[in-house]
Design a protein around this ligand. Structure first.
Ligand code: NIG
Ligand code: FE
Length: 419
């Protein structure tokens, strides 16, 4: 085990305490539980004590020699950031499509012409486990440098049982070997493979009868996700896939109402999905139902930005009582970024969220969106010692000085991993 770490004199220690039992909604998203001149003692990979520096000085004065001391004077200390929606494990890049889109092609046109998800699927199918591991590890290293200590990672570029399992096994190996923790989602229903184009229901059957049972049997995923979108999977097919997952213990998530309104938010509420993600075109009824059903909205403002579309209306969702989390959606087509700080900036600038709300969305609510809020997402005694220190004095400045990586130090399970 590592030596204890004592973080001292944070100008702002944002703890987010008090939101672990259920996702934070409404005005609560603006309440960060801030300690000035804050101090945290980390021991055995966990948070042992949190308070003002004067309070912790009383308790730990006699043990200060034992600890590595981090002076956080003038700095902001937050829980390690959490990214609850990524397509981390994939091969290759698609800058050619970016250029096509800049010249007027649309995302769905490119996909329907065999590019998009199909292009990355071809590259991922071809890649060896080792190659996929190395490409994905590079991205994960960058996530960490941007202050992220846990990511959700989806499959969905395999689209055959063997290749979906390859992706999930890479995620598993990264979880074991990399400081960043991974939480896996099976997303075999990410696109209809070309050979099923005339009979998509036959592919839905493969997902339900072959892929889901095997992924669940091997315990390779916690969640099951589907791209519910016109021209991809219908709400009815999505429902079947998500219900089949539930039967095998995989919790439902859904890519909903991303490009066109398609009643994805309504479906998420009806089946009790853990989260509905994207929601750029979610209906007012869908938003209301999500609030009633307690479905978390995982919003991805980087995707809207990169697709040059109007962002989801985060403001409206929060005001309607929906718990909002935010994420990069890191993927090679619609959001090739690893920067949660940038995503928080976009949350403020494009979704009408306050600096406090985006921080709640990137920490404790993100933890709820991946069912890990009992372990991460806030700085409270007993939780994992996952902490990010930013070289700005307060959470407001973190949003104000946008587009810059202000990360100074990252601590994962009590070990300093970025310094
Ligand atoms: O979340 N919408 C579907 N899936 C991804 C994009 C995947 C890709 O273009 O490769 C998303 O935006
Ligand atoms: Fe996605």
């Amino acid at each position: 085990m590592y030596r204890p770490v004592w973080i001292r004199h944070a100008s702002q220690l944002v703890t987010l305490a008090g939101g672990s039992s259920s996702p934070v909604v409404g005005e609560g998203m603006n309440e960060l539980a801030i300690i000035e001149d804050g101090s945290v003692w980390l021991e055995n990979g966990r948070i042992a004590n949190v308070g003002t520096d004067a309070e912790l000085e009383e308790i730990y004065r006699t043990r200060s020699e034992e600890a590595d001391i981090i002076d956080a004077t003038g700095r902001l200390v937050t829980p390690g950031l959490i990214d609850p929606h990524t397509h981390l494990v994939h091969a290759g890049t698609r800058e050619n499509e970016f250029n096509m889109r800049l010249n007027g092609a649309t995302y769905m046109e490119i996909m329907n012409n065999g590019g998009g998800i199909h292009a990355t699927t071809a590259a991922t199918q071809k890649a060896s486990h080792e190659q996929l591991y190395l490409e994905s590890k590079k991205r994960l290293d960058l996530f960490l440098l941007h202050g992220v200590t846990t990511v959700e990672a989806k499959s969905g570029y395999g689209l055959t049982l063997e290749d979906e399992i390859k992706q999930l096994e890479v995620a598993k190996q990264l979880d074991e070997e990399h400081p960043v923790d991974l939480v896996s989602t099976f997303m075999g229903a990410h696109a209809v493979p070309k050979k099923y184009r005339d009979n998509p229901d036959a592919f839905v059957d493969v997902v339900i009868q072959e892929m889901i049972p095997e992924v669940a049997r091997r315990k390779l995923a916690v969640f099951n996700d589907v791209f519910c979108e016109r021209g991809v999977f219908t709400p009815e097919q999505s429902r079947r896939i998500l219900e089949a997952g539930v039967e095998h213990g995989l919790l439902p998530k859904i890519h909903a109402d991303e490009i066109e309104p398609y009643e994805g938010a309504e479906l998420a509420a009806e089946i009790g999905a853990v989260s509905a993600d994207h929601l750029l075109r979610a209906s007012d009824t869908g938003i209301e139902r999500m609030a009633e059903a307690g479905v978390i909205a995982v919003l991805l403002p980087g995707t809207a930005f990169f697709l040059m579309a109007e962002s989801a209306n985060g403001r409206k969702m929060i005001d309607a009582g929906v718990a909002v989390a935010i994420s990069t959606d890191c993927n090679p087509g619609s959001s090739p970024t690893v920067s949660m700080p940038l995503i928080m900036n976009l949350g403020c600038l494009k979704m009408g969220m306050t600096p406090a709300e985006v921080l709640t969305a990137a920490t404790i609510n993100a933890a709820h969106a991946i069912k890990r809020a009992h372990e991460i997402g806030s700085i409270e005694a007993g939780k994992l010692a996952d902490i990010t220190i930013f070289d700005v004095p307060d959470f407001m400045t973190l949003q104000y000085r946008y587009g810059v990586n202000h990360v100074h130090t990252v601590i994962k399970k009590g070990a300093v991993v970025v310094a």
